[in-house]
Design a binder for this molecule. Structure first.
Ligand code: GAP
Length: 514
């Protein structure tokens, strides 16, 4: 069986080969952690965006969507805490001159300890066979317990030191754990320093009049500064939400793992404004609502889990991640944060403008509390792409590569394939294209044998192939082939639209989350 690293490499090369994602400015050797979406990637991304937007805005009467600018007044980032607190602890190796995130170095060390635990568990599972009780083994095996305690102690100490901003202790931890630079192999480390992740730029023509700006590191602040504009113009009553999709920028230091951590990426965020004191219930509600959205895509409940934060961001009183099983393990896909009244309160203070809501039931004004849901569009894209790519063994002993993207999100919904390029078959195929393209993204393929065309569409993730053959000339029926089951059935051309819509139509998928 291929190991996880090989699987991930395959996802990356497949993404390029089938027109999904490539590194930005590739012809100039690329730009690190910046990516371009090609023809299929742009469609998949658009469909994910649409699925999120419809679930969030269209299905909730009390949620509206906005599109705020990327540039914001620089005081925004003072108020939000990003100027002072949006930092990563960095450390340089003096021999290799390479720069690392100090916390990531420690976490990677812990991951190695955890890998040892997993090795012990799988060895024992083999040894004991069906009688193996994994939970009991983890709780009682001396070696596993020792490893676990070691890992827990390190993580706790790291969290404590970061929270207290005790960067000296973070360095001590790296030295005590004998962590070496992966490039030079040495322990010749600098001190740990904080590094702000925001990209700066300038607004204005002359050096004297120019204003320092930041590219937004999250879309959330565009929602907060417009809270009253939306509430008043939409006559919104609390509880209500404001949703937004847009680009965000972070000067990430550890920028690896393809589109998992990028310097330019897209977020889909929703801020839900509530009465102070109701945050616990709404936090739970939104955790469940968002999990339901993920599960509706049918990528398997076993591939998701919640992870509650111990170390909270400067704005939160509770926070959890929805983690997904990526090829490199369970990692954060989405964050749900109880942000209290931190943001609106802080913008009130810095702007001098009241950002309060008059609650007609309570007959009082207050700064609302906020529950935020925040998911990276690119990360969701990676979750889908990596989960969907499978090499399948067929009954005849051959294998096929298929991209089982949830049909509602697939870039192309159907490919129309005339069996031959003559006898009037292309004309009928074109007629089918013209009808279906009014509702679906469809493509036309008349090159190579039909079997090869099926394989090509499987690998590109197209849920349906429609084959026009000589029988079509006689009875106006075609073959509809299903990507996942490879089942083929004959049906009249007039029934194609309904058959495809039943599987790819957004309304059928959205029903699952109602
Ligand atoms: N407004 C809250 C916020 O921005 P976050 O946990 O920093 O919270 C939310 O980011 C989500 O944005 C993450 O769960 C992840 O999906 C995505 N994200 C964050 N940084 C990213 C990066 N550098 N590249 C791609 N996606 C990123």
């Amino acid at each position: 069986m291929a190991n996880q690293e090989d699987i991930f490499k395959k996802v990356i090369s497949h993404a390029k080969e089938y027109g999904y994602v490539v590194q930005s400015s590739e012809i100039y050797d690329g730009l690190s952690a910046v990516y371009d979406y090609l023809q299929n990637g742009a469609e998949l991304k658009k469909n994910i965006r649409e699925y999120w937007w419809q679930a969030m805005v269209q299905l909730h009467e009390n949620i509206v969507g906005i599109d705020a600018a990327i540039f914001m007044h620089p005081t925004t980032w003072k108020a939000s805490g990003h100027v002072d607190a949006f930092n990563d602890p960095l450390i340089d190796n003096k021999d290799s001159k390479k720069r690392y995130r100090a916390d990531v170095l420690v976490e990677e060390h812990v991951a190695k300890i955890e890998a040892k635990i997993e090795k012990e568990v799988s060895k024992a599972a083999k040894r004991f066979g069906d009688a193996f009780d994994e939970a009991q083994f983890r709780a009682t095996n001396a070696r596993v317990m020792e490893y676990q305690e070691k890992a827990d102690t390190i993580i706790k100490r790291l969290a404590r030191s970061l929270e207290k901003e005790d960067l000296e202790d973070v360095k001590n931890l790296i030295l005590e754990l004998d962590i070496v630079c992966p490039v030079s192999g040495s322990k010749n480390w600098t001190d740990v320093k904080q590094f702000n992740l925001m990209f700066g730029t300038k607004l204005g023509a002359t050096a004297e009049s120019a204003m320092d700006l930041y590219l937004r590191p999250e879309t959330a602040q565009g929602i907060f500064v417009n809270f009253l504009n939306v509430q008043k113009s939409g006559r919104m009553k609390i509880p209500f939400g404001i949703a937004q999709i847009g680009k965000a920028f972070r000067n990430e230091i550890v920028a690896r793992q393809f589109i998992f951590r990028m310097r330019e990426f897209e977020q889909m965020e929703m801020q839900f404004f509530i009465r102070p004191g109701t945050q616990k219930e709404w936090y739970e509600t939104w955790k469940q609502t968002r999990m339901k959205w993920h599960l509706s895509l049918g990528m398997g409940a076993e591939n998701y889990r919640f992870h509650d934060h111990e170390k909270l961001a400067h704005y939160a009183d509770a926070a959890a991640d929805i983690e997904f099983r990526f090829p490199f393990g369970f990692k954060e896909l989405e964050g749900i944060h109880s942000r209290t009244d931190f943001d609106l309160g802080s913008h009130e203070k810095y702007s001098g403008k009241k950002l309060q809501y008059f609650d007609p039931e309570l007959e009082e004004s207050y700064v609302p509390y906020v529950i935020e849901t925040s998911i990276g569009l690119d990360r969701m894209f990676l979750a889908i792409l990596s989960h969907s790519l499978v090499d399948e063994e067929l009954e005849n002993g051959s294998t096929r590569t298929v991209l089982k993207i949830p049909a509602v999100l697939a870039p192309t919904k159907a490919a129309v394939l005339p069996l031959v390029k003559k006898d009037g078959l292309p004309e009928i195929a074109q007629e089918i294209m013209d009808e279906l393209r009014l509702d679906f993204n469809v493509s036309y393929d008349d090159k190579d044998a039909v079997g090869r065309r099926y394989r090509r569409q499987d690998a590109a993730g197209t849920p349906f192939c429609i084959t026009v053959d000589h029988q079509t000339l006689e009875d106006r029926t075609v073959t509809l082939r299903h990507r996942d089951t490879m089942e083929q059935r004959r049906l009249p051309i007039e029934e194609l639209h309904g058959a495809i819509d039943r599987e790819v139509g957004m309304r059928h998928w959205l029903k699952k989350i109602l």
